[in-house]
Design a protein. Structure first.
Length: 273
């Protein structure tokens, strides 16, 4: 599942493939952009904000009175971008999942199963991103603001609060489960009962930053298959610390994994379990 570090990595792949290049063709396979032609546009940069990917472009003067534009996409659970050499076969996903193709002299970028695909003036990016909390991998990462946003709803469970991109942008289900294990917190602990919210936020940032630049996500320090997580995806397997069987249960709209021994239930919870 794409999390903040995966989107960050994807943005860097696209930047290396397309930045500075003039597009020689484009093919949008979504109704809202079906007639859009970016031929002659220049790719300035590719970057990310939380789980959102931003491809910033410059339009030719004769094409648009607005020079700076952004192609926005969200990967959600199953979206991805791939960069291919011209003439290389596109093998990442079935062809019917392709949503956009961007061609340049040095590379072809193909977006599969993308969500929220939109082209808008760069000056209007905040209309799509303004609700997001501080980006854990952004240059403007602000841990104090992240703590403030989390603490603003003390009755929310910490498991759901960390997944709320309005609090801090980039944490997904994998990192939430692993972070709470490492902090010894039950996913059902109310935010107001977390003893060191700042420490929890700081560790979240370190976990994502440690995995930036690689595709194998690990919170254990091991990159070996089956050894990259403490609890995530390990239902009924023994806890690496105490041997207790790892639990799996729904939390809001997501599924959470936790160790019932290392992450004891809170003494009070907004929803009795």
């Amino acid at each position: 599942m794409p999390e903040g570090d995966t989107v960050w990595n994807t943005a860097r792949v696209l930047h290396r493939a397309l930045a500075g290049a003039g597009l020689t063709g484009s093919d949008f396979r979504v109704p809202s952009l079906a007639t859009t032609d970016l031929t002659g546009w220049t790719v300035r940069e590719s970057t990310s904000r939380g789980k959102h990917l931003l491809l910033r472009l410059t339009a030719p003067p004769q094409t648009s009175p607005t020079a700076a534009w952004t192609l926005h996409s969200h990967l959600r659970m199953d979206g991805t971008w791939r960069a291919y050499a011209p003439g290389e076969r596109w093998t990442a996903r079935p062809a019917h999942l392709i949503r956009v193709v961007l061609r340049s002299p040095k590379a072809v970028a193909v977006g599969y199963h993308l969500h929220e695909l939109a082209l808008l003036p760069t000056a209007e990016e905040e209309s799509l991103l303004g609700h997001l909390g501080p980006d854990l991998l952004g240059d403007d990462w602000d841990p104090d603001e992240a703590v403030r946003r989390l603490a603003a709803v003390p009755e929310a469970t910490i498991g759901e609060a960390l997944l709320d991109q309005r609090n801090l942008a980039g944490v997904g289900n994998l990192y939430t489960c692993e972070l709470l294990f490492l902090r010894g917190l039950s996913p059902w602990t109310p935010v107001g009962a977390v003893p060191d919210l700042a420490g929890t936020v700081a560790l979240a940032q370190r976990l994502l930053a440690a995995n930036r630049g690689r595709w194998t996500q690990s919170t254990t320090g091991s990159l070996r298959r089956g050894q990259t997580s403490y609890v995530y995806g390990r239902r009924a397997e023994p806890c690496r610390r105490c041997g207790t069987a790892i639990g799996r249960e729904e939390l809001g709209e997501r599924v959470t994994y936790w160790c019932p021994t290392c992450q004891p239930p809170p003494t009070t919870t907004p929803a009795a379990r």
